[in-house]
Write a protein that binds this ligand. Structure first.
Ligand SMILES: C[S@@+](CC[C@H](N)C(=O)[O-])C[C@H]1O[C@@H](n2cnc3c(N)ncnc32)[C@H](O)[C@@H]1O
Length: 231
């Protein structure tokens, strides 16, 4: 509940304090993961965190990996909106095999926020050059970059069925665009996972509004994430 205060959200909204906090929490989570999860995955998360600035905790990175693993044999492509330096995209790349992965980002940081976002983030926050992310993901097959504002940047995407999509866009308008674009394109049993649902008011509002006339229920995870399984 305490993270719902606007001032605290602002303080933690992507600044040093947030990154420091995520780093600290992740160290503890990595110890827990190492004690009972398959060898190699906690080490992978640790390696990625050392190479790239990451805005997800170790548990959240694990969820991205685990859901991509569960969905990789299903028909359809995968996608991520909100790539930044590529840490969660890398988790998907490591497990997806040949499945097409579409990566969407302005690569010049966050677009303008709107009222439901309550001024938590700054415009252009989280910029990272697309070349740097391309280099980081080099060697993984079937990875497609779509630079620009989503959903306009999706105009030339040839895949129209998706088994797993990951949203990490921080803002109300962007989250709503993700839901509007991907929901009709998900296969039955397809999974939409979003970061920040329980800590960013704009993200939660987008889900609440979008799902109001849909049969699916939001599934809240013990992390800040939520997911929807398409019926
Ligand atoms: C918090 S960062 C993503 C963090 C990343 N998933 C990681 O592993 O650390 C949010 C990203 O969303 C992108 N973004 C937000 N709204 C967008 C939109 N409408 N179109 C394209 N990119 C957007 C920003 O440029 C930014 O890179």
């Amino acid at each position: 509940m305490w993270l719902k205060s606007r001032r605290l959200q602002k303080l933690t909204g992507g600044g040093c304090l947030e990154r420091w906090g995520i780093g600290l929490v992740s160290s503890v989570q990595l110890l827990a993961l190492s004690s009972h999860k398959e060898d190699g995955v906690p080490q992978l998360i640790r390696r990625i965190r050392r190479r790239r600035r990451s805005l997800v905790t170790a548990f959240e990175a694990y969820m991205v990996y685990s859901l991509a693993r569960a969905q990789r044999a299903r028909p359809g492509a995968m996608a991520e909106v909100g790539v930044y330096e590529g840490s969660t995209a890398r988790m998907i790349c490591e497990i997806k095999g040949d499945v097409p992965l579409h990566l969407f980002d302005t690569f010049s940081g966050l677009p303008e926020s709107s009222r439901p976002d309550r001024g938590v983030h700054r415009q252009k926050q989280f910029a990272c050059s697309v070349e740097s992310v391309r280099a980081y993901l080099e060697g993984f097959p079937n990875v497609h970059f779509h630079q620009g504002l989503f959903p306009q940047s999706a105009q030339n995407v040839s895949d129209d069925r998706f088994s797993f999509v990951h949203f990490d866009v921080d803002l109300y308008e962007s989250t709503l665009s993700c839901l509007e674009y991907f929901y009709p394109r998900m296969i039955a049993g397809g999974i939409m996972l979003s970061h920040d649902y329980s800590i960013l008011a704009g993200v939660k509002q987008a889900f609440t509004e979008f799902l109001a006339d849909k049969p699916e229920e939001v599934i809240e995870l013990p992390t800040t994430q939520c997911m929807i399984v398409k019926l």
